[in-house]
Design a protein around this ligand. Structure first.
Ligand SMILES: Cc1cc2nc3c(=O)[nH]c(=O)nc-3n(C[C@H](O)[C@H](O)[C@H](O)COP(=O)(O)OP(=O)(O)OC[C@H]3O[C@@H](n4cnc5c(N)ncnc54)[C@H](O)[C@@H]3O)c2cc1C
Length: 386
């Protein structure tokens, strides 16, 4: 009988895993993609949607058309051994790849879930309409979280809706994973766009019209929440080892159980530099491609190898006309040199386009998705050109 691979989640990781598995299996494995949503949401563009209202969703049906991937529109409820329970029925499988992702943590402080808009899911469309309404009367938006998502949303809102008074509140320095030059550039752009930045201020609660913080109350008309990270709860309660943020710990091959691989933001993979590999599209897609290769090899008697990933750097947008490219060294530390300004904004746009292009290339069997394995190339040519 043809072995059955089930992939759960219709984000970047789930779609890439399903498309790639179907391509390389060439009919030797049946591939089913299960998704609570029948759309791929381009999450790396959610801040653009929040500031412009432009939808960033793409129908799954379009992305798998012409392939052997079967789509089941259902929410996965439980992943029992070789058996997936969904709200539309039960699926037996030989291997499953779980790609259910994660989101900002609305339970980080009291009141965030009730009073803040997450930069996530369907709340982003409402965030845009509220932000536009408030901008018309010079209202205030508080963006909580000074990581990459918070900085991207603050700059995007300030640039697209100049009537808004945007305040960015960060418990630590902004963009903590980046180097000093990148941070200084981010601060300069935020200042140029009129964003008030409070660094080292911890928010302790969110009320209907203000934040409670260690520095006292901070008033707002609208609160955008971009702090913390939680993996989706699908695999909680199965007795699998989990990281503190709810990601499932996977082994060197991305297995969480012999019948189960986990990829993308749902997975905690021990990185070469210590700690867990950071959640992000740039790690989700390599993990998904590797998980697909592993699952198909295991089901068809092929060879498997350990997952390997080399971090080339971070690409951050600061509105549509500015950005930062932070190169990393082989140990995963930020290098001294950065690219910034329009050229970085342009590169970031190409990176975002590449995510969809990579899916379409797998769909049409044009190109196999490739990624940088460890150790990272030193990027000598790029740096020498600066
Ligand atoms: C504003 C913003 C900007 C970002 N910018 C960058 C960037 O520049 N670079 C970068 O690397 N990363 C960036 N990220 C992070 C990136 O978007 C995520 O890391 C990426 O989406 C992870 O992909 P994924 O497929 O693992 O999860 P997701 O894209 O979150 O997809 C998860 C999927 O699983 C589905 N799902 C969840 N639970 C279930 C269930 N029980 N049953 C069935 N389906 C389920 C969901 O519906 C969804 O389709 C950004 C994120 C945000 C919010």
């Amino acid at each position: 009988m043809t072995p059955h691979l089930v992939v759960i989640g219709t984000g970047y990781a789930g779609l890439l895993a399903a498309l790639r598995a179907a391509r390389i299996a060439r009919g030797r494995v049946a591939v089913t993609l299960v998704g609570a949503s029948d759309q791929l949401v381009e999450r790396v563009r959610l801040h653009e949607q929040a500031a412009t209202g432009r939808s960033v969703a793409h129908p799954v049906a379009e992305l798998i058309a012409g392939t052997a991937v079967r789509f089941v529109h259902a929410r996965a409820l439980e992943v029992a051994p070789r058996r997936l329970v969904t709200d539309a029925g039960v699926l037996e499988f030989d291997r499953a790849i779980v790609c259910t992702g994660g989101s900002v943590d609305l339970d980080l402080v009291p009141g965030a879930r009730e009073h803040a808009f997450a930069i996530d899911g369907d709340r982003v469309a409402r965030l845009f309409s509220e932000a536009r309404r408030i901008a018309a009367r010079g209202g205030r938006v508080a963006v909580c979280g000074g990581g990459l998502t918070g900085v991207e949303i603050a700059t995007e809102l300030a640039e697209a809706l100049p009537g808004l008074r945007v305040e960015l509140v960060s418990a630590s320095e902004i963009v903590p994973g980046l180097g000093g030059k990148a941070r200084e550039h981010a601060r300069a752009v935020l200042k140029r766009l009129g964003v008030a930045v409070r660094e080292g201020v911890r928010v302790t609660a969110v009320a209907a019209d203000h934040l409670d913080s260690e520095a006292g109350p901070i008033g707002f008309d609208l609160c955008a929440w971009a702090a913390g990270f939680r993996a989706m709860p699908l695999l909680a309660g199965l007795g699998l080892p989990m990281a503190a943020d709810g990601r499932v710990i996977v082994d060197a091959y991305l297995h969480a159980r012999p019948d189960l691989l986990v990829a993308g933001d749902a997975a905690a993979f021990a990185s070469a530099g210590g700690g867990w590999l950071g959640a992000g599209c740039k790690t989700a897609m390599p993990m998904a491609a590797h998980a697909a290769d592993t699952a198909v090899a295991e089901l068809t008697g092929g060879a498997v190898r350990e997952f390997s990933y080399g971090d080339l750097g971070y690409c951050v947008s600061l509105g549509r006309r500015d950005g930062i490219l932070q190169f990393m060294d082989a140990a995963g530390q930020p290098r001294e040199r950065i690219l910034k300004g329009r050229v970085a904004a342009w590169i970031k746009e190409q990176v975002c386009r590449y995510t969809l292009l990579a899916l379409r290339a797998e769909q049409r069997q044009l190109l196999a998705y490739r990624w940088q394995r460890r150790p990272a190339r030193p990027l000598v040519a790029v740096e020498a050109a600066q």
